[in-house]
Design a protein around this ligand. Structure first.
Ligand SMILES: *Cc1c(COP(=O)(O)O)cnc(C)c1O
Length: 356
């Protein structure tokens, strides 16, 4: 069976070596030595000034939203994973959707600007499939109107824009280290932010503690455990290899698929992408269903991702998002993982081409 993804697992003995350190240190949580070491290694690897590891990739979005004092509207993308919108609603803000650019699949800054009102508190945008949003325009808007920019960078591990880590952009960025993501710790995540917000983000993720007996403000439990960090430390030495193998798979798909009838997202100029997903745009939904059925019949399971468009969720106020809804109806993420063989890619591509 070929699934859309397969979690990369480091050799077991490498994980065992790391996890054994819990028995030596006696630490399982509360920012133990392995969490601190993984943070340090990520700073060096990514070229970023600050990071805080978290228990998953959703709580950092919630923490980012909690930094906003007054409730109100968050302008956001309808084309993302449900976690983006759900966090907004969970934190009692109103999501206001701005449609996406049809080529990059990221939020359209022109539509964002037309939606800014006195009730707007922040822009929450997703670097879709690791493809950077229009950072320059979004940040210019945020500065002009005095609102925060938060990036859901769950897919964007290792992505650079204009030579710099994507995590260095915006007021706050968040990442997911879920098992299905490029770099993972089983469950896990991280938050990155500019200097003025770091103290608040830090205590927010640890119950508001400011020392063992003092509380600085409201907080929640967002801490990563040592067991999660052990996975991260054993996986990190493999990340360059993982990315280059995925790049080779993407290239094989590109060489084999019938592009006169298909398309994929356009990577933003200035971006160094991470090959985190391979989104394929079919001509229409009925072709997508036909292709999906043909693949499923051969035990191949791509995923309709992202589907549905988030403006159609039952708990949000619906506003039509023609581009996002149309793209959601005909986009399929193809299998992409270390270990997917050339002959499997041949097979997947020929089934797709034969069903267009
Ligand atoms: C995976 C994902 C998240 C949530 O991350 P978790 O680690 O699963 O909590 C948020 N946003 C996007 C776009 C994602 O793909």
């Amino acid at each position: 069976m070929i699934q859309v993804t397969r979690t990369f697992l480091p050799p077991l003995h490498e994980y065992e070596e790391q996890v054994k350190r819990c028995w030596d240190s006696g630490y399982l949580s509360n920012r133990g030595p392995m969490v601190l070491e993984l943070e340090e290694k990520l700073l060096n690897r990514l070229g970023i000034p600050w990071v805080l590891l978290t228990v998953n990739g959703t709580i950092p979005i919630q923490i980012a939203l909690k930094l906003i004092d007054h409730t109100g509207e968050i302008i956001t993308t309808p084309f993302s994973y449900v976690a983006t919108t759900a966090s907004i609603v969970w934190e009692k803000f109103k999501p206001v959707f701005a449609d996406i650019e049809p080529d990059t699949l990221t939020i359209d800054p022109k539509k964002v600007e037309s939606l800014i009102s006195p009730n707007t508190r922040a822009i929450l945008a997703t670097h879709v499939f690791g493809n950077p949003c229009d950072l320059v325009q979004l940040e210019a808007l945020a500065n002009r109107y005095g609102i925060l920019v938060i990036y859901d960078a769950a897919h964007a591990f290792g992505v650079k824009f204009r030579g710099e880590s994507i995590f260095n952009y915006g007021d706050i960025s968040t990442c997911s280290f879920h098992a299905t993501k490029l770099f993972h710790t089983g469950e896990g995540g991280a938050i990155f932010c500019k200097e003025s917000l770091r103290h608040k983000v830090y205590y927010s993720h640890n119950f508001g503690h400011d020392g063992p007996l003092q509380f600085h403000g409201l907080g929640i439990n967002g801490k990563m455990s040592e067991l999660q960090a052990a996975m991260g430390l054993s996986l990190l030495p493999h990340i360059d290899d993982i990315i280059s193998k995925r790049a080779a798979i993407v290239q094989m798909y590109e060489e084999r698929l019938l592009w006169s009838r298909l398309s994929t997202m356009k990577i933003r100029e200035g971006a160094e992408w991470n090959y985190s997903y391979f989104p394929l745009l079919l001509p229409n939904e009925s072709t997508l269903l036909k292709v999906q059925q043909a693949l499923n019949a051969e035990n191949i399971f791509p995923r309709r991702y992202f589907y549905p468009s988030l403006n159609t969720l039952p708990y949000v106020e619906y506003a039509p998002m023609p581009i996002s809804e149309e793209i959601a109806s005909r986009i399929l993420c193809l299998p992409l993982y270390v270990g997917l063989s050339e002959s499997e890619i041949d097979r997947i591509a020929s089934i797709i081409n034969n069903n267009l």
